[in-house]
Each structure stands twice: as structure tokens, then as C-alpha cells.
Design a protein around this ligand. Structure first.
Ligand SMILES: Nc1ncnc2c1ncn2[C@@H]1O[C@H](COP(=O)(O)OP(=O)(O)OP(=O)(O)O)[C@@H](O)[C@H]1O
Length: 278
């Protein structure tokens, strides 16, 4: 995918502008930046849900939204009601034969139905969800639900996977497990991955590059190039310090929050100037 001098506007506000980015086939790229800076909005631009206010955007050689099922998408985390009667396999099937939010299309039987069943079983196996995919989705843990949703996004064999904060709300072991899964999908299945992340640390060792969005612009490069005191200080025009802990984790100190209205999703989530990247 590529952005050339791209800008995005929501309402009267320009979130970012003058952004040039390229992501090559098979890369694993994280999109980082403070809350409200426009990371999810970037994903919406790539999906073609929101038009860029300026510049040119290409996704898999097409205009945003033009590559159809070649793009898989995992939206920001949804919670499932414990009484929901859909099983994990039904959730995955919605990625194959239905609108994610709507009613499945006909075609469950015959050769087409068998091909669907084969692919659904295959992708459930791929994400390691076979032992619980038959359970009601509301009875699965957060990490299990997230694997099933990744399976849903993968079921049509996309070439590009857009993941919006897939590690959010997961405990540390599940963050590590889902990060490993996404890394494997990228390396072994050859799927290009663009992941919006609140914290880069769980995926740091697997990433090819990061894109750091800040008010007004973006910087892309390897994590070692981008997540440095010098680069972030320049990007934010305010002193930022990047510290590395003894186990290799990065901590960004002095990171400003974007002057943004935050969504309910972030109510109760720890925010502030200190913390891990993202
Ligand atoms: N449809 C909309 N109309 C008006 N404002 C919007 C709309 N969609 C998003 N915004 C605002 O645009 C800003 C960027 O939102 P976005 O969700 O892209 O941020 P983000 O970087 O993904 O943040 P977070 O890390 O909190 O998820 C926010 O201030 C949000 O409230």
C-alpha cells in the first residue's frame, strides 16, 4: 500500500497531512502513536470507508476499497455477550459467506458449501482454535475470541491484513500468543500485516517496520530508527525520552496525548504521558 502526500479530515479537523508511506508485500508493519492521533482513521482510509482529504492512496494496486476480499480486516475489539448463541465456527463463517455484521448468504450446501467448510476448518486450525471453536463465542476467553476473529479476517485468503489493536484488553500471555500467531501468518502465509498497536513491545521482535503517527505527520522506518529519543522529539516538537529496559522493552517518557476527544472505549484505560509506546 502507498500513501502520497495524504491527509485525512474528520469533521472540521485535519488529523494528519503530508503523509508519505509505503508498505511492501509480506511486511509486518505497526502503526503507533498516541490515543486519538488517527491510527484507526488510517485503517478506515485504507479500507475505503473514509476518503483521504488530499493526496493519493493505493492498496494492492487499487483505490482504497477496490481490492475487495484481498484485504482482511479486524476491527477494534468487540465484546460478545455471554448469552450470544453463535459458536466460534459461526463467527469465522461470517467472514466467508456473509457480511460480518449481517446475515450469511445462501450456499452452505453442495460443492461450494464443502469448500467453505474445509477452509473454515483449515483457518480455525491455523489460529489454534480447534479445541474451542464449537463453543458459544460468548463463553470463549478474550484471547480465544481474538484468535477466532483473526480466523474470520483470514478465511478469504487475504493478501493484506489490517488489524486494529488486536492485543488490546488481552493479558500479557495472550498478547504474546496472538503476536506470535500474527507473526507466523505474515512469515508463513506471506500475508502483509498492518497492525495498529497501543504498545509496540509484544510485537517488537517480529516487526519489519513501524509507522509513528503524530499530530500533523508520520515517520516510518525500522523500530530502531523510529523509536528513538531524537526521532520522537523531532516528531512531537517536545522533549521525549526512549528508555530500554534490561529485557529489551521500550518505554517512551514524555509522550504527549493528542488534543482529541477520546471514545468510550478508552474510558477507564490508563492514559498519560508515561508508559509504553503507542
Ligand atoms: N466520524 C468521526 N467524526 C468526528 N470525529 C471522528 C470521527 N471518527 C474519528 N473521529 C475522531 O478522530 C480522532 C482520531 O480517531 P482514531 O480512532 O483514528 O484515533 P486513534 O489514533 O486510533 O486513537 P486510539 O489509540 O484512541 O484508538 C479522534 O479524536 C476521534 O474522536
Amino acid at each position: 500500500m502507498s500513501l502520497r502526500n495524504a491527509a485525512v479530515r474528520v469533521g472540521e479537523r485535519t488529523l494528519w497531512s503530508g503523509v508519505d508511506l509505503d508498505v511492501g508485500a509480506g511486511e509486518f508493519v505497526a502503526v503507533l502513536g498516541p490515543n486519538g492521533v488517527g491510527k484507526s482513521t488510517l485503517v478506515k482510509v485504507l479500507l475505503g470507508v473514509l476518503p483521504a482529504a488530499a493526496g493519493e492512496v493505493r492498496v494492492l494496486g487499487a483505490r482504497p476499497g477496490g481490492a475487495g476480499e484481498r484485504v482482511g480486516y479486524l476491527p477494534q475489539r468487540r465484546s460478545f455477550d455471554t448469552s450470544l448463541r453463535m459458536r466460534g465456527t459461526d463467527i469465522v463463517r461470517l467472514g466467508w459467506d456473509g457480511d460480518r455484521w449481517g446475515v450469511p448468504l445462501p450456499g452452505r450446501f453442495g460443492a461450494r458449501g464443502r469448500a467453505a467448510a474445509r477452509r473454515i476448518a483449515e483457518v480455525i486450525e491455523l489460529v489454534g482454535a480447534a479445541s474451542y471453536a464449537h463453543r458459544p463465542i460468548g463463553a470463549c476467553s478474550g484471547g480465544e475470541q481474538q484468535r477466532l476473529l483473526i480466523a474470520q479476517a483470514l478465511v478469504r485468503r487475504p493478501e493484506l491484513l489490517l488489524l486494529d489493536e488486536p492485543l488490546d484488553s488481552l493479558d500479557l500471555p495472550n498478547q504474546a500468543a496472538v503476536a506470535a500467531l500474527v507473526g507466523r501468518i505474515c512469515r508463513e502465509e506471506g500475508v502483509t500485516v498492518i497492525m495498529v498497536a497501543h504498545d509496540v513491545n509484544p510485537i517488537l521482535s517480529r516487526l519489519d517496520r513501524v509507522v509513528y503517527l503524530a499530530e500533523g505527520g508520520a515517520v516510518a522506518g525500522t523500530p530502531a530508527e523510529v523509536i528513538t529519543s531524537e526521532t520522537l522529539t523531532r516528531l512531537y516538537s517536545t522533549p521525549i525520552e526512549v528508555l530500554r529496559t534490561s529485557d529489551g522493552r521500550l518505554v517512551v517518557v514524555g509522550q504527549p496525548e493528542a488534543p482529541a476527544v477520546h471514545t468510550d472505549r478508552h474510558a477507564g484505560r490508563e492514559r498519560g504521558g508515561l508508559g509504553a509506546t503507542g
